[in-house]
Design a protein around this ligand. Sequence first.
Ligand SMILES: Nc1ncnc2c1ncn2[C@@H]1O[C@H](COP(=O)(O)OP(=O)(O)OP(=O)(O)O)[C@@H](O)[C@H]1O
Ligand SMILES: [Mg+2]
Length: 207
Amino acid sequence: MTKGLFVSIEGIEGAGKSTLIEHLKKHAQFQSDTLFTREPGGTPIAEAIRKILVSREHSDMEAMTELLLVYASRQEHIRKVIEPELSAGKIVISDRFYDASYAYQAGGRHLDVDILAKLDDWVVQKTTPRLTILIKAPIQLCLDRVYSRGNQDRFDDESSPFFMAVQSMYTQRADRDPDRFLIVDGTQSPDEILDICVSKILSLRKL
Ligand SMILES: Nc1ncnc2c1ncn2[C@@H]1O[C@H](COP(=O)(O)OP(=O)(O)OP(=O)(O)O)[C@@H](O)[C@H]1O
Ligand SMILES: [Mg+2]
């Protein structure tokens, strides 16, 4: 059994995941005993895979290739970082985790969810988040934020129907698993979002 607390943060591009993480990093409660990480990424191999995944040079990538690369990076991340840190009793907060595969590769790219469930049996196993914070905001607002921040990668180039499918899959998963998900209104200020998330994480930490 793991001793720590595993938290993932999800939402479409521009929802405010990285902004929330930056605020959490500065918060007094998370200065020690907390590891901040991200997917795809979190280890040298996983970060190298991330570069392949997000590169605009790879706009012709097969959806299945994308999925397998994400799970290859997740295998590295879970075994080398997430599980050891949880075993050491840490809070692990990840900018995206496996719900993003369902949202993007199943929702956005129409891959069969049964394939993802099989990959979860092999790769994720029992290392699932205790809490998943889903930041939700209107798609156009999120896309406007991304455009004003500056498009950064291959996923930022996708169209609004793609993000509608992604957000809809996120919502379906949250509705099916209300005990794990906290849905946060991403139109609130970063400070309001921070307060809600800090209270929730700390309430679980005490259990
Ligand atoms: N609650 C908020 N209110 C107003 N602006 C916000 C809020 N959260 C984030 N932003 C702004 O929106 C932009 C995108 O935010 P951020 O980079 O945190 O999104 P993200 O979810 O991490 O996106 P990505 O998936 O592309 O990494 C940034 O310029 C950020 O300053
Ligand atoms: Mg981000």
